[in-house]
Design a binder for this molecule. Structure first.
Ligand code: UD1
Ligand code: MG
Length: 442
């Protein structure tokens, strides 16, 4: 039987933020959700997340089937585990302890630790270690081979101990019984004056309880986020993982390091993405699409063979059906462009339904907002909207209809009709010469 305790009640003081550290985002997902999802993927009996009383429970767990324990005061990771234990329904079995500030965590690594732990039933405590070229301020693992002697926190470590590059990931597996034996013996006699969970190793050593270190093959996946610099490092590392995965699934990225994905971005194969593109949440791109440079997309669905950009801004609830095209300096919101519809230059399309093969000229605006409410524009299939037209919603343009360039359209244009709404052009022959003469006289 396995339970998981996730520690997420720290103050996160090093973030200097009004928001709890664990709710800061990496690849568009709160740090704690990365950890919760990895824990749930193990299919454990129970997951308990330890949070501080100041944090909103529902923003931490959302819809996930996990319990919450409250740690009244942030008195250290040992004290947080105590709070977690008190909420476990079972009083026996194994418990996996994970820090809630490690967004890169992957379930495979947790499975690896579990397998190693169960392969050596004589070991009561197994700690996942990471060997790092830059061990930063992680707890240092003092071990003889695989046998752990103790974990020394950076703040309390001697210069020699700081030279050790095998560090504590913060992931530990042991039994509930072992924790119940050792946790009450923790003291806060250290430089942070906290109850360190890591001190259970030395206590176990004294009681000749076997302790084991399992070295991770992917040490870069356990970086904790304690400040904004580490947040940026975690983002960079996670982006690299997403780019790699997306390219290996058949997508061409011209300059991968300049393209930012969200954790839930889905891109079909044979799509090509040019540099400087940012994907916000809930973007799905079909196959064979082309995304030219400097586009921003959020909550958008692009069909197969669509083309967008350069410099396209596709906002929430935009749908481009197959072969549709949106060009430079076009902003689209809550709008659908039907198959092969085109809006190639300088337009704003908001709250619009645009039929297949419709052509939206340069500078067209759907005036969807009257200062109070939002209104819809409907454009039929194959309709042609001349450049620099304003479609003042609610309004509809019928199939195959044409709107003359420069029109301000306030009334529906029937199918097959021409709608034109602009002042008539006047021609005054030989006007320039007299204008100049009059100008000089004055
Ligand atoms: C901790 C470990 C360190 C390890 C590192 C890995 C301890 C004492 N140190 O250090 O050995 O290398 O993680 O990232 O365990 N938390 C609580 N309540 C508290 C304090 C912390 O729930 O009172 C939570 C935090 O929210 C965080 C996790 O425990 O998610 C770790 O705490 P943090 O303060 O980040 O510890 P580190 O200094 O990173
Ligand atoms: Mg940490």
């Amino acid at each position: 039987m396995l339970s998981v305790i996730i520690l997420a009640a720290g103050q996160g003081t090093r973030m200097y933020s009004h928001a709890p550290k664990i709710l800061h985002q990496v690849v568009g997902k709160p740090i704690i959700h990365h950890v919760l999802d990895a824990a749930l993927a193990l299919d454990p009996q129970e997951v308990v997340t330890v949070i501080s009383p100041h944090v909103c429970k529902s923003s931490v767990v959302e819809e996930r089937a996990v319990k919450v324990a409250i740690q009244e005061h942030p008195r250290g990771t040992g004290d947080a585990v105590k709070a977690g234990l008190s909420q476990l329904s079972d009083s026996q079995g194994d418990v996996l302890i994970v820090c809630g500030d490690t967004p890169l965590i992957q379930v495979d690594e947790l499975v690896h630790l579990l397998a190693e732990h169960r392969l050596h039933p004589e070991n009561s405590i197994s700690v996942l270690g990471m060997r790092l070229s830059d061990p930063r301020q992680y707890g240092r693992i003092v071990a003889d081979g695989k046998n752990l002697n103790c974990i020394v926190e950076y703040k309390d470590a001697t210069d020699t101990e700081r030279q050790i590059n095998l560090c504590n990931t913060g992931i530990i597996i042991t039994s509930i019984a072992t924790l119940k034996n050792l946790l009450p013996k923790l003291t806060c006699d250290n430089s942070a004056q906290e109850y360190y969970l890591t001190d259970i190793i030395e206590l176990a050593n004294k009681q000749s309880i076997n302790r084991y270190v399992v070295e991770s093959k992917n040490p870069d996946l356990f970086h904790g986020v304690n400040n904004r610099v580490e947040l940026a490092i975690a983002e960079r590392q996670y982006q690299a993982i997403l780019r790699d995965k997306i390219m290996r699934s058949g997508v061409t990225l011209l300059d991968p390091d300049t393209i930012y994905f969200n954790h839930d971005t889905i891109i079909g194969k044979d799509t090509t993405i040019y540099p400087n593109v940012f994907f916000g949440e809930e973007v799905v791109v079909g196959e064979g699409a082309t995304i030219y440079p400097s586009c921003y997309l959020v909550k958008t669905r692009l069909g197969n063979q669509t083309k967008i950009g350069p410099f396209a801004h596709l906002r929430e609830y935009t749908i481009l059906e197959d072969n549709a095209e949106v060009g430079n300096f076009v902003e689209v919101k809550k709008s659908t462009l039907g198959k092969a519809a085109k809006a190639k230059h300088l337009a704003y399309l908001g709250d619009a339904m645009i039929g297949a093969k419709a052509n939206i000229g340069a500078g067209v605006i759907t005036c969807n907002y009257d200062g109070i409410g939002k209104h819809q524009t409907i454009i039929g299939e194959r309709a042609f909207i001349g450049s620099n037209s304003s479609l003042i919603a609610p309004v509809s343009i019928g199939e195959d209809a044409v709107v003359g360039a420069g029109s301000a359209i306030t009334k529906d244009v029937p199918s097959q009709a021409l709608g034109i709404a602009r002042s008539r052009q006047e021609i005054r022959l030989n006007w320039t010469k007299s204008f100049h003469q009059n100008y000089k006289k004055n």
